[in-house]
Design a protein around this ligand. Sequence first.
Ligand SMILES: C[S@@+](CC[C@H](N)C(=O)[O-])C[C@H]1O[C@@H](n2cnc3c(N)ncnc32)[C@H](O)[C@@H]1O
Length: 297
Amino acid sequence: MNDIHIPVLTNKILEYLEPVKNKIFIDCTLGSGGHAEALITHGAEAVYGIEVDERNLEKAKERLKQYENVHFIHDNFENLETIGAKILKKEKRIHGILFDLGLSSLHVDEAVRGFSFQHEGPLDMRFDTRTEVTAADIVNTYTLEELLFIFKTYGEEKSSYRIAREIVQHRRQHKFATTSQLADFIANIFSKGKPNFYFKRHPATRIFQALRIAANREIEVLQKGLEGAVKVLSITGKLVVISYHSLEDRLVKNFFRHQKTLGSLKILTKKPITPDDEEINRNRRSRSAKLRAAEKL
Ligand SMILES: C[S@@+](CC[C@H](N)C(=O)[O-])C[C@H]1O[C@@H](n2cnc3c(N)ncnc32)[C@H](O)[C@@H]1O
């Protein structure tokens, strides 16, 4: 979850992608443009930045307006195969592709987007506000079995059944509309109404993660994005992925391994690269970041 600067990982991105003259890159998760700017200022010939969230794209355009060789694409990286084919017609080669997954700090800070239980906002959580299904739709209309699947699979939440059952009972009388309603409701299940009950971690954390993944179809979209990347990347081109939770990281790891058996990718990171303790102390949000890199064969 990050467009906050993680120097260790930015350095690794630059090391793997080697942005020098004549090299063309796709940043699949432009966010506020930090990594695209690093690639351009270190010498990349051009960066094509994809961003699904229109508001973040506008922020990136503003930040990067002085660079003529940054191109902005408002799209979902699940369409990378088509996007990449268009870029290849013009540029002939794609030397590197970057994914820095998940939320940006802009999402967390803007209450109205409904990503954070720390801010009161509508229960939305869509990266792309043109898509139909919000987190509120999921919580208020999905069956008990569907909620159970989402909480278990995407949240890896131990109390999935209990939370799903309580939600289904509660929503018969009261629909969930805001982040705080849902977060307080879940906290209440565990604190049993006791005021000042202390939680080491808010009990809604994993449920919010699960709802975000479901609302944005993140797992399916990432799989498609990675498949697209392998198709459009030129031979010897590099693929770098930063993930922020175990589900994503597992998907990336297994995808790399599978492509290795097919002879399409060489894995460059035996183990994922993570920020060091100093970095994590300075920047708590970086603690879950994992970077994996591979080369197209
Ligand atoms: C962690 S931030 C990226 C930060 C960026 N690397 C920077 O330096 O500012 C992830 C961004 O990816 C975007 N995003 C998430 N899923 C996406 C998708 N499927 N397609 C395109 N962009 C996506 C989010 O809207 C968010 O802005």
